[in-house]
Design a protein around this ligand. Sequence first.
Ligand code: SF4
Length: 379
Amino acid sequence: MDKIEDNSEVNQISKRLTDWIKSKKSPPYQINMYFTKQCNLKCKFCAFSPLIEKKYPSNELSKEELLRATKEGLELGIEVWYIAGGEPFFYPDKLLPMMGMIKKHGKYGNVNTNGTLFNREIVKDIVSMGWDEITFSINVTDSKTEDFLKGEKGAFKKCIEAMKLIQSTKKEMNKEKPGLSIHTIIMNKNYKRLTDMLILGHSLGVSSMNFTHIMEATDYVKKLKLTNEQIELFKKEAEKAFLLSKKMKIFTNLEKYISSPLSDEIGNYTNILKSTSITKDSKSLLSAICFEPWTQVTIFFDGTVGACGVWPCTSLKNENVRNKNLKDIWYGEYFERIRERLINRESIDTCLDCASSRIFKNEEIKNNIRKIMSEENKF
Ligand code: SF4
């Protein structure tokens, strides 16, 4: 399958949702495999670091369990596979067979990494299997600040070298894939330096750059958050960077930060979601404050299943792929109860921690469904 462009992704998700609206249940469009909490770095902005710091017991899925869950997801019909951690390349012996299985089934795969654990052999393997995309976490363009944020001297240099190695290996092997992208967390260390990030991304041949607000996972994160005044300056910088990204032909989500009031409301998503729902009076899927539990599923490191791209809902008894087939979980009671809550315009406990880019996507999807339904004269 070729790279899924943002538009067609929104279309495909909207079609699956339209099926649900017509009482035809459909499989998830995307799965997020957060299969390990282990990481070689100690990033100060990491949402997973509290889990790692608490040293959860080593109850992560074994290689066999992980591959079984992957097989179940492929049989269920999931198209887009997003792998993250922890650091996925901490366990190449689990990661690479999973990636290979996903590509053998012709599905789209993206793996998110800090870029410090690559070697020539791993890179060759990834290029040979035709993996679609690798997203590198980079937040600033100077090694001193980036190493400080990531808690390790040399982290920035290793990441840049890995990206260059991938690009040169693709050339040697005459391959187009994987495409490279960058993920940047917006914080007070970089909010005025977005154009620098674009210039760096361009020099490394990336095709897209995604910017998200920081999630408050640790006390230290509070020190990195933008003040209201900084948010205003960030918007101006985002405007400049967006124009540059157009010239450079790099896809970014920066436009959303310029035009949407959502960027002023970090940490207050639930109210925004309620106010932007398609309809407020119907008890149908159209009134849901978020559509992710109809289109996305997440498997966490210990096999716990989450009903969207964020955390598992803690107020309900969780399901686990160790005990149940993923298909039975997706069409079972846990998901039904969460979907019912969202339709009734109630959030789940995880919504308060939701990342902004998801909300933006939900909004686009809502508009698209509105179009589809109005074309069909059903809305
Ligand atoms: S946490 Fe975010 S993605 Fe998950 S249901 Fe709530 S709003 Fe949707």
